[in-house]
Design a protein around this ligand. Structure first.
Ligand SMILES: [Zn+2]
Length: 132
C-alpha cells in the first residue's frame, strides 16, 4: 500500500478565528465612531454582539436587497469580505445600539412606517456616512 500522504493543511478553525478577530476589530472601530456620536444615553455594548456570514439568507426575497442585517445582538452579513466594511458594520451596529435602547419600539417601527422612510434607518445611515 502506498504510504499515505499527509493531508494538506487546511486550518478551517484558524480561518474562523481570523474572521472572528477581523469582525471584532471592525466592531471595535465602529463602536469608537458611534461612541463619539453619543446618540443614546449609554454607549453601544459590543461584548455580546456576534457577526455571522450567512450568504444563503441574502438570497431570500426579503433580504436580497441588503448586504447586512441586524437583529438584537446579531449582525448578519452577505459575505466574509464585508466583515471589514467599516461603513456597513457601523450601520448595522447602530441598529444594535438602537435596539439596546428601544428593544421593542425600534423593531416595531418597521411594521409601522416600513423601511424606506424609517427614522432608525435614516439615523443609521447618517451615523455610518462618514466612515470610510
Ligand atoms: Zn439599516
Amino acid at each position: 500500500m502506498p504510504a499515505r500522504r499527509p493531508r494538506p493543511h487546511t486550518p478551517r478553525s484558524g480561518l474562523r478565528a481570523a474572521r472572528r478577530a477581523q469582525a471584532r476589530a471592525t466592531l471595535t472601530r465602529a463602536k469608537a465612531h458611534l461612541d463619539d456620536l453619543a446618540l443614546y444615553p449609554q454607549p453601544v455594548r459590543i461584548d455580546r454582539v456576534r457577526v455571522l456570514v450567512v450568504g444563503w439568507l441574502f438570497r431570500l426575497p426579503w433580504f436580497g436587497r441588503f448586504d447586512g442585517y441586524a437583529s438584537w445582538n446579531l449582525i448578519l452579513l452577505r459575505s466574509a469580505e464585508l466583515m471589514s466594511d467599516d461603513r456597513l458594520v457601523c450601520h448595522e451596529l447602530c441598529h444594535v445600539w438602537q435596539m439596546q435602547h428601544r428593544p421593542l419600539r425600534m423593531p416595531l417601527s418597521y411594521l409601522r412606517v416600513g423601511y424606506a422612510r424609517n427614522p432608525y434607518e435614516a439615523q443609521a445611515r447618517r451615523a455610518a456616512s462618514d466612515m470610510r
